[in-house]
Design a protein around this ligand. Sequence first.
Ligand code: BGC
Length: 464
Amino acid sequence: MQRLRGILSHMGHGAVLDLKTCQQARELQDIYTMFTISTSKLRQIQIYFLQEMLAGLRDTDGSSIQQLCSFVKKEKTDNISGTYFALDLGGTSFRVWKLIIDKGKILEKFETRVDIPEEHMTGTADGLFGFIAAKCKEVASSTEGDLGFTFSFPIQQHSVNHGTLIKWVKGFTTSGVEGKDPAILLKEAFNKQGVKLDVVALCNDTVGTLVAEYFNDNAASIGVILGTGSNACYWEKLSNIPKYMAKHPEEDPKQAMCINMEWADFDRDTPHRCLPLTQFDKMVDFYSAHPGNHLFEKMMSGKYIGEISRLIFDYLSSKRILPELPGIRKSENFESKDLSYFLSDNTDKLENIENFILERFRSHTSLFQRQTMKEICDLVSTRAARLAAAGIATIVSKISPEEDTTVSVDGSVYEYVPGFRKKLNDSIAELFVGMPSPNIKVVLTKGGSGVGAGLIAALVTAKN
Ligand code: BGC
């Protein structure tokens, strides 16, 4: 924090400082300290995280990281050919793809993106799935075909194409879906509208992201989503999944299956054991659609990092460090795309930020105030990157790959927040300092979450 550094050096020179300036500096330093996670804290988080990973492999309900079985196995991909469809539902929009695959390579892909009207995110199952089926009809017309359905919510999977929604998250509250099978709801909606697609695979977006990259690069072993929500998956040997082997003793224990971790809920139980939750995180949680859920995600994903920054701005405005910002009290009035905009302003006087504040909040700011706001965005996104890095580094340590490993990432935070990728990579490297580690490559697999579902549909069909 530049202002603080300035004040402390004045103090060192015996300058007389007024109490108000000192109090303001203290407020800023408090926020800086609250949001800065040391290496040692990250290592503590890693140990708790690993413990939860292991517990979840034994018993889904016995851990805050549920380690859900996806039923997607690690198979050869070079014999896969055909035309497949994919549908990706997970945020405020959904996407439909038609994929033409030849010997494990995607030759062509056609993508359609559709915004989901608010009324369907909070309405009824019939409304939501009917809306989606109508759009799929436009893409697939009367073609018969197999479809992979990415459903980016916690699903307790029963097979590769069936499962039940455990709970809605990320602002969805549509009635009649919790406890139901989204693949069946989709198929029923298809039938009603005469769409001739079969739902042969149901998967989480992390699983799609991993499989999409795995078709390109066999070293891909971890899939991560850093977007509206956040989560990860990885290939785990069946011998390490006691809860699965107990029900499927006939299967080859050396075979690997993709585990959908559902890391968003990590350390959910109170009292929280290691998450460094601040007063701002607690407020975000309190006012969210699902309080008490997904606290790890709420500290780092796109739905929340703008909101955390907004709450800090509001606080600093109440302390008169920032000017009055009419409208700042309105929830979600500063989104993660605005945070990215602030971070990308490299003009000397931060003129883009100045104009944004004038337009959105009708306030004039000093250069120092704009610098402070940009620094807040940087603090919040750095913390997000470091938490995600702790998760990824722990998975790498757990699977201890002997060779190079690729982490496949999809999602708007990773893709668009300036500096995020570097911070994530640097923090992963920091956690391996002094330890033997494989060469970890983190790659952006754009659209992988949905495309991967189409590839899983192809894998499933090839097997049958
Ligand atoms: C959901 C996960 C999903 C993640 C990323 C979380 O809120 O629980 O299932 O993978 O968001 O979309």
